[in-house]
Design a protein around this ligand. Structure first.
Ligand SMILES: [Zn+2]
Length: 389
């Protein structure tokens, strides 16, 4: 039940000297060279241990919508695992309302004085999710740490996976969102610090829309979006190198819908942004939140984006266009995530996914197969892996 700090904190309970037994206290790494942990960069230094104290009080859940039948079943499934202290995995298609499914478990944890963190591999999503959660947990102090914020004095914490390095044996429940996403999925270091931050009898809920690896734990699959409509199957178009003269593309842009147009690189983003006079967004953009708000409220209709808007964004009346989709940046998983951006809102349950490519690729076949199978409710119906009726 500890917070670790490399800097002296006022209320520390005790300190330990790092790297003494050939193990790094911060990341549990054993890769020590020249008195420095190779894995996390910590040098020989005192590590200060303090306690994160949460004042028990009553929490409530204020949802504007009721959960759908299938969301409700999934929600009970996770709550029962939390009560039994068992890990669980939610494999759910984009737009099935994964976050909402966790609300009941989060509420239970908060009202039972359990320490909860929602861990997210990608920084961009941490803040957006904290805003969403504040709207439903109105009596709960919610904060996020992402490397620029370090204030964790709250009831419900959101964190990038990297920042969990500052905790040991701290959390009763970790909800790991986008468990398949870079950088978490192939990273033993991040997996180690996630485990270190969990209490010995703590529980991890994994959530993912696409799985690369088989998690050897009880899995709940939801292959319906919360509003019951199908995932949208992409429409494919061949393009040559100059998209600005492609009549299919220009006709699509002129439709009444909003468009997020994905390109594989920042150089293409800048080139097309000025060529087509469309706003652009990338990891380098300074006013990302403003741009996303403008797209949401309709003051801009189209936006060019790198894969930064691949996940975690919900906009009404939006269609998506992927340009140069054969580029290696657009993996099979990325394309599925992008296709999952459309039809997420009540009143806008369908939409269009346009994929423009120069060369055909096996991944387009895989994307279609995945979506068709999910829509046919046939995918991965393993023992524990089927939707309960
Ligand atoms: Zn280390």
């Amino acid at each position: 039940m500890m917070r670790l700090s490399k800097y002296k904190v006022d209320n520390y309970l005790y300190k330990k000297t790092n790297l003494i037994n050939k193990e790094c206290l911060m990341c549990k790494g054993e890769n020590i060279y020249n008195n420095q942990c190779v894995d996390c960069g910590t040098k020989v230094i005192d590590i200060y241990y303090s306690e994160r104290i949460i004042k028990p009080h009553k929490h409530s859940l204020n949802m504007e919508f009721n959960l759908s039948k299938s969301q409700e079943k999934a929600s009970h499934y996770f709550l029962s695992h939390l009560v039994k202290k068992e890990n669980a995995f939610l494999n759910a298609v984009c737009g099935s309302g994964k976050t909402e499914i966790m609300y009941e478990s989060i509420l239970y944890a908060l009202n039972n004085n359990l320490k909860v963190v929602i861990a997210i591999p990608r920084r961009e999503i941490v803040k957006e999710l904290s805003v969403r959660l504040k709207n439903v947990f109105k009596d709960t102090i919610i904060k996020y740490i992402d490397g620029s914020n370090h204030d964790d004095n709250c009831d419900l914490l959101l964190s990038t996976v990297n920042q969990l390095i500052n905790y040991e044996n701290e959390f009763d429940l970790i909800i790991l969102d986008e468990a398949d996403a870079y950088p978490y999925s192939d990273n033993p270091f991040l997996k180690r610090i996630l485990k270190k931050s969990l209490k010995k009898d703590g529980v991890i809920f994994y959530m993912s829309a696409t799985i690369k690896e088989r998690f050897n734990i009880d899995t709940y699959t939801m292959n319906r979006r919360y509003h019951g409509h199908d995932l949208v199957l992409p429409k494919y178009y061949l393009m040559d190198n100059d998209i600005t003269k492609n009549s299919d593309f220009l006709n699509i842009l002129n439709s009444d819908r909003k468009h997020i147009i994905y390109v594989p690189s920042i150089s293409l983003l800048n080139k097309l942004g000025s060529g087509l006079s469309i706003n652009t967004i990338s990891s380098e953009s300074k006013r990302k939140d403003k741009l996303i708000d403008s797209l949401k409220n309709g003051s801009i209709k189209n936006i060019l984006s790198t894969t930064i808007l691949e996940r975690g964004i919900t906009i009404k009346n939006v269609d998506v266009i992927v340009l140069y989709a054969d580029h290696k940046v657009f993996t099979y998983q990325t394309l599925i995530q992008i296709a999952g951006r459309v039809g997420r809102k009540i009143g806008d349950e369908t939409g269009n996914v346009y994929i423009f490519y120069r060369h055909n690729s096996i991944k387009f076949f895989l994307v279609n197969r995945y979506i068709k199978r999910m829509n046919n409710e046939m995918l991965w119906l393993r023992k524990n892996n089927k939707e309960r009726d």
